[in-house]
Design a binder for this molecule. Structure first.
Ligand SMILES: C[S@@+](CC[C@H](N)C(=O)[O-])C[C@H]1O[C@@H](n2cnc3c(N)ncnc32)[C@H](O)[C@@H]1O
Length: 208
């Protein structure tokens, strides 16, 4: 199996076995993400991508707030299908992309890249570099990046997979000189099973 196929099989299995509101990362309303997106100061026409968005309800809240250009990318078709089914007709206002973001070739550029709990699965330096390369081709000059990972005192695994935990500063260091750290946030996420998980968020702006 190729790497992509292994990743796909893992995530497709997760979303096939569980409802979208049963996964540990489920949030009824992703408050921190919505606040950081609002803090970019960009309006409702901004092109936003939720990279590794899965079946997250972020897209529901963005549509409700009037955002008109929203893309959700995920490696698991089952996750996108769950979000589409939930949104009903609203799903037609969203662009859905089933792809491994590490090998994805964007055909356009975005104003805002949002990733909650995807970057932290990249435990190999080579994969993190691939992620940064894709991010650079997908983001407009001056665009904003919001990345959330488990914090240094957060869990060591997510969905049974090992993660690399980050501070906002280590996220910024991984992205390199082309990005300036603008804002940080932390979140104490309570899973549907009642466990607390500490997340760090970094909002960065593409510079140069
Ligand atoms: C922990 S979940 C977080 C989902 C969503 N961001 C949220 O906060 O609800 C990680 C997500 O990343 C997706 N994913 C993992 N690796 C990926 C990759 N290489 N390319 C695209 N999606 C990926 C998974 O299918 C899953 O939906």
């Amino acid at each position: 199996m190729t790497e992509t196929k292994e990743r796909q099989a893992h995530w497709q299995g997760v979303y096939t076995r569980k409802n979208e509101d049963e996964v540990s990362w489920y949030q009824a309303r992703p408050e921190t993400s919505l606040r950081l997106i609002a803090n970019t100061g960009l309006g409702r026409e901004a092109a936003i991508i939720d990279a590794g968005g899965g079946a997250s309800r972020l897209v529901d809240h963005l549509l409700e707030a009037g955002h008109a250009d929203v893309t959700v990318l995920d490696i698991a078709e089952a996750a996108l299908a769950a979000a589409r089914a939930r949104l009903g007709e609203g799903a037609e206002r969203v662009r859905w992309i089933a792809a491994d973001l590490l090998s994805w070739r964007p055909d356009r550029q975005f104003d805002i890249w949002h990733d909650r709990a995807v970057f932290h699965f990249l435990t190999e330096a080579e994969d993190r570099q691939r992620y940064v390369d894709v991010l650079q081709s997908a983001l407009k000059p001056g665009g904003h990046v919001i990345i959330a990972t488990f914090a240094p005192d957060g869990p060591e695994k997510c969905s049974g997979l090992p993660v690399m935990r980050h501070s906002p500063q280590s996220i910024a260091a991984e992205l390199g000189d082309g990005f300036a750290l603008v804002e940080t946030a932390d979140e104490h996420h309570v899973t549907p099973a009642g466990r607390m998980q500490h997340f760090n968020y970094a909002r960065l702006k593409r510079v140069g």
